[in-house]
Write a protein that binds this ligand. Structure first.
Ligand SMILES: [Zn+2]
Ligand SMILES: [Zn+2]
Length: 743
């Protein structure tokens, strides 16, 4: 079970039933010794199961009878740190209902105080400097309690008993508003000044839990466009924060599952179907990313009259990591923000907002960070500690301690120097917290010899290192989450790029096998050429050149209606001369090629943009069919599929129908391949993972076609299907020592 506010809770119910004993945060979680009348102990156990606090999660409950001891009362004992703590570090929590009531109660000591919290809520991972988790080891160490907070902290019956970040306006940190010219001090005055600026269309950098946000009025197009220009963010959608569910409903359609995600403890950004047109927020996109307030400060902003919807985007320029240290924020965001709403409490580490969606196969996490990290997502049957360093895009790392797999926050793309530094810091940070002995450590890394994460991992001290093939790691991540170690499955791994066994760029792969026995590649997308290699990922027409070069008798796509730019001809030259051209089975690049043929011929301004564009275009089509995507001799043949796209576009069919028929064709092809492979390998379960499966329309089509056959379809639940989930799969395969599989 998780130690959040748990010890005071146990204390309260133990004293209610007149039990003696103790509770402590032991090395494997919370340990309770409870003795008294049998009936009282039973009622205590019942209450333990049914009344636990909202922030606590009971993962497992082991009950054992022991000899009674001579004890006078029930006590909360200090944490015991023995050799290797697996006490879990709690993710950050949203402010709780009790604290919210006090926040708006004028008679409360913490009325309007932006740092209000208790054992059931507030910061955790974002303030913890080291373990054990107590105040001197947090970023609150510079604010000693006053008598009032001290009394609450020591009172076992109080909601703030042992709440490490507890504070009040008298003894705790405050917010202030900083501009180039002036500073407004005092929480209330600073918030008021911030709101005046937001209402006037200005951009304010607001310090949150795991970093700064850039905020502006989402309904003010000039403000939003200014944000785009200053942030160098041309088209990537901005996340919104709204006051409550009712305000969210004004912007987007929300079903039961989506509402559950919005109000869940992690308070992620949830992708929702837009009801209103906000073209500056999400250009060409039918979804809006919406989140609800989770810090007391954010609640105060809305309570005091913030615009109904705020853009709340990570404070950075373009795709740099989010700023979280004050001085760094002032320097990096000086040209973007008109003012800074600064909180004095330091942030221990950078933690972005998480992103999730209520998908066809249940909730799907697309970016796993604040509210989820660094929680444990799986148990693995392994004693030795394992560090898995992930891949270079959307990096996150996994540390396995005593069989518990802890997945870090989203770190980002390691070709950014700042992100790479954060990657190295996170490794050392988690290793130190869990007292990892480097000489014991098994390190798993991607098989790509030139990944920064690989090169870095190879320099670390360890017991042993293992290279894990990218797409096998995707499939393994799904099975690890479910604890399915022996289950043999058909694993489908579709993404943009990953280093294959043969050195080619893989990304349209089918495997048969299990975590325990490893995975054998049994089928794949027909191989195409990729001029420029991974660099082609930014230019759909460049990917198209590689795929179209394999098809005879096509019209010249430099002509209307295709109008491919000269980059296409140059790329074709590379293919014909076999210069800087690589073999690829990437489904991601196939989607890019189709997007180019349907009209996306420009450079992408963010990763995955062309495929996203195609999916959203497809959703607006009312009628469609399925373009042929035959599965023969272990290969999905893209040639008839792309030929159909070219011919139909030439005939003047509407682009959204072509996009829809392409999507449906891909789903059909995948279903046919899966059916054939399940029979051939005597399997009943399909596992889907990889970035391409962020395409919700593809999942809907796939489910609709395959589910009636009575087969199981498994997707990721706790880690992202994109490369943010890779490290968990690496760790799982390393635990079974099946890094590359039998072949
Ligand atoms: Zn609270
Ligand atoms: Zn105080």
């Amino acid at each position: 079970m998780q130690g959040v506010g748990f010890r005071p809770f146990v204390y309260r119910i133990a004293t209610r039933f007149h039990l003696c004993g103790w509770v402590l945060n032991g090395e494997d979680g919370v340990e309770i010794h409870a003795q008294g009348d049998t009936a009282d102990v039973d009622r205590f156990l019942e209450a333990l199961r049914t009344e636990f606090p909202p922030a606590a999660v009971i993962a497992t409950l082991d009950i054992r009878s022991v000899e009674p001891l001579d004890l006078p009362e029930f006590m909360i004992r200090e944490s015991e740190r023995r050799d290797r703590p697996t006490v879990r570090i709690s993710p950050d929590l949203p402010v709780c209902g009790d604290c919210l009531r006090e926040l708006v109660d004028p008679s409360d000591r913490r009325h309007g105080y932006p740092y209000i919290n208790c054992t059931n809520c507030g910061p955790r991972y974002s303030v913890i400097l080291s373990l054990p988790y107590d105040r001197p080891h947090t970023t609150m160490k510079s604010w000693p309690f006053d008598d009032y907070c001290g009394r609450e902290y020591r009172d076992p019956a109080n909601r703030r008993f042992h709440a490490q970040p507890v504070a009040c306006p008298n003894c705790g940190p405050h917010y202030y508003l900083q501009t180039a010219e002036s500073r407004v001090s005092g929480d209330e005055a600073a918030i008021r000044e911030c709101l005046e600026r937001l209402r006037a269309g200005q951009i304010v950098a607001v310090k949150g839990l795991g970093g700064y946000h850039l905020a502006c009025d989402a309904r003010n197009p000039a403000a939003v466009l200014a944000m785009r220009e200053r942030k160098f963010r041309k088209e990537k959608p901005f996340a919104l924060m709204v006051k409550d569910i009712a305000s969210a409903r004004a912007l987007a359609h929300i079903n039961v599952e989506e509402e559950k995600l919005l109000v869940s403890v992690a308070r992620p950004i949830v992708l929702l179907a837009a009801k209103v047109e906000l073209p500056e927020i999400a250009p060409g996109n039918r979804e809006l990313g919406v989140m609800l307030p989770y810090t007391p400060l954010q609640h105060l902003l809305f309570a005091e009259g913030a615009p109904e919807a705020l853009v709340m985007t990570s404070a950075n320029r373009s795709s740099e990591p989010i700023a979280y240290q004050d001085q760094d924020a002032f320097e990096r965001l000086g040209g973007i923000a008109d003012a800074f709403l600064v909180g004095e409490r330091p942030i221990a580490r950078r933690i972005d907002d998480s992103i999730a969606r209520a998908g066809s196969f249940g909730p799907l996490i697309l970016r796993r960070s604040r509210g989820y990290a660094p929680g444990s997502v799986a148990r693995l049957p392994v004693e030795r500690p394992i560090l898995a360093v992930g891949a270079d895009l959307k990096n996150a790392i996994t540390l396995v301690v005593k069989g518990q797999a802890f997945v870090s926050q989203h770190i980002g793309d390691l070709d950014h120097l700042e992100a790479f530094r954060a990657f190295e810091e996170t490794i050392h940070d988690l290793a130190a917290m869990y007292d990892i002995q480097w000489d014991d450590l098994l390190i798993a890394h991607d098989a790509h010899p030139e990944y920064r994460s690989t090169v870095s991992a190879l320099q670390l001290r360890s017991h042993k290192k293992l290279a894990v093939q990218h797409h096998r790691a995707h499939v393994a991540s799904v099975l690890a989450e479910r604890g399915e170690w022996e289950k043999r499955v058909l694993g489908v791994s579709f993404d943009g790029t990953g280093y294959g066994d043969d050195g080619a760029i893989w990304g349209g792969e089918f495997f048969a096998g299990s975590l325990q026995s490893g995975f054998t590649r049994v089928a794949h997308l027909k191989s195409a050429a990729l001029p420029g290699g991974d660099a082609a990922a930014e230019f759909p027409v460049q990917a198209a050149a590689g795929f179209l070069a394999h098809i005879e008798g096509l019209p010249d796509v430099a002509d209307p209606p295709f109008n491919f730019p000269t980059r296409y001809q140059n790329a074709l030259q590379l293919v014909h001369r076999n210069l800087r051209t690589f073999a690829t089975t990437s489904m991601g690049r196939l989607f890019d090629s189709a997007a180019a043929l349907i009209g996306f011929t420009r450079e992408m301004s963010f990763e995955g943009q062309a495929a996203m564009w195609l999916e959203h275009l497809a959703r607006s089509a009312s009628t469609y069919d399925a373009y042929p995507f035959p599965f023969l001799n272990g290969e999905l043949d893209f040639r008839p599929l792309l030929t159909a796209v070219v011919e139909e576009r030439g005939r003047g069919r509407r682009p959204e129908r072509i996009a829809r028929s392409f999507q449906f064709g891909v789903a059909r092809g995948l279903v046919n391949a899966a059916k054939a492979l399940l029979v051939a390998h005597d399997l009943d379960t399909v596992v889907l993972s990889g970035g391409v499966f962020q395409n919700e329309l593809l999942l809907e089509d796939f489910r609709q076609q395959l589910a009636p056959a009575g087969l199981q379809i498994w997707m990721n639940r706790s880690v992202p299907p994109n490369d943010g989930g890779i490290s968990l799969g690496q760790a799982a395969l390393a635990a079974f020592n099946n890094a590359s599989g039998p072949g």
